[in-house]
Design a protein around this ligand. Structure first.
Ligand code: NDP
Length: 276
């Protein structure tokens, strides 16, 4: 396996197991250079969002890289203010124009925002974009089990992905199991805990024993849970380090030790209340 290795989504589309995240990466030179470094290191999957403000730079880097478009998997997301059927269709066109792409590989609802009650209408717009061939797959982000249950009552096209905060301190085995049973692939954001727990004794202990880094152990944990993972970095050494996760394996014992770090601890907001 390597950075090009992929897994089949429920609609038959292949998604590379590892994607390059660009949240909080400043638009312009920094995003451009980071995406170029990632593509040169072999990443073939980039995860952006309209709210990140860097879709234009991602698109420029993709074109400048010379990597054939068909080798790439590009995700973007509809932001909270743009939820609703018509607004989402408009927001999609704006994202597509900024990225400079004919088609997006995966379009996600960024947050469920249950208090506004718009995610079903928003999802209908995603279904239209999918049927019109403008997106190759559609899904959701930050959906808890009860949001998914609600959506699945009316969805005509099953979401392929649920992208959520996921790392050993927020393991969410019930959500993982629900997604598995419903053939919705889980995708991990903040897989590196935004760097906050790389010094955790258990994580560092496993890494040192295996001659790996904490970051590599965390990303490997995702893969062994069959979760697509999205590390972010603007540093070339980290970008390369985060890609070297295919040459080792975590034992059942190590997996259990990491699973047991679960504290339900969120770095980001709780999807039930976040309406940002
Ligand atoms: P990550 O968990 O990927 O952590 C990124 C941080 O870790 C950066 O500060 C980076 O610093 C550092 N880092 C990266 N690699 C290493 C390494 N090998 N050793 C030490 N430190 C390292 O955080 P994100 O929150 O960005 O999550 C990843 C991606 O998930 C996002 O970029 C975005 O695409 C997606 N996401 C989606 C959300 C959603 O609501 N759907 C919410 C949040 C994120 P440095 O640059 O210095 O390497």
């Amino acid at each position: 396996m390597d950075l090009r290795s992929s897994v089949e989504l429920n609609n038959g589309l292949a998604i590379p197991w590892v994607g390059f995240g660009v949240f909080q990466v400043p638009p312009g030179e920094v995003t451009y250079r980071s995406v170029i470094m990632a593509l040169e290191a072999g990443y073939r999957h980039v995860d952006t969002a309209s709210i990140y403000g860097n879709e234009k730079s991602v698109g420029e880097a993709i074109r400048a890289s010379g990597v054939p478009r068909e080798e790439l998997f590009i995700t973007t997301k509809v932001w909270n203010d743009d939820q609703g059927y018509e607004k989402t269709l408009k927001a999609f066109e704006a994202s597509r124009a900024r990225l400079g792409l004919d088609r997006i590989d995966l379009y996600l609802i960024h947050w469920p925002m249950p208090s506004r009650g718009l995610f079903k209408d928003t999802y209908r717009a995603l279904e239209k974009l999918y049927r019109d061939g403008l997106v190759r797959s559609i899904g959701v982000s930050n959906f808890l089990v009860h949001h998914l249950e609600e959506l699945l009552k009316t969805a005509e096209v099953k979401p392929v992905i649920n992208q959520v905060e996921f790392h050993p301190l927020l393991f969410q085995p019930k959500l993982l199991d629900f997604c598995r049973r419903n053939d919705i692939r889980l995708e991990a954001w903040s897989p590196l805990t935004r760097g906050r727990f790389l010094d955790h004794t258990v994580i560092r202990g496993i890494a040192e024993r295996l001659g790996k880094t904490s970051a590599q152990v965390l990303l490997r944990w995702d893969l062994q849970h069959e979760v697509v993972t999205l590390p972010r970095s603007t540093k070339e050494n980290h970008i390369k380090e985060n890609a070297r996760i295919f040459d080792f394996e975590l034992s059942d014992e190590d997996m259990k030790a990491l699973n047991s770090l679960d504290e339900g601890r969120r770095i980001g907001p709780n999807p039930d209340v976040f309406a940002g």
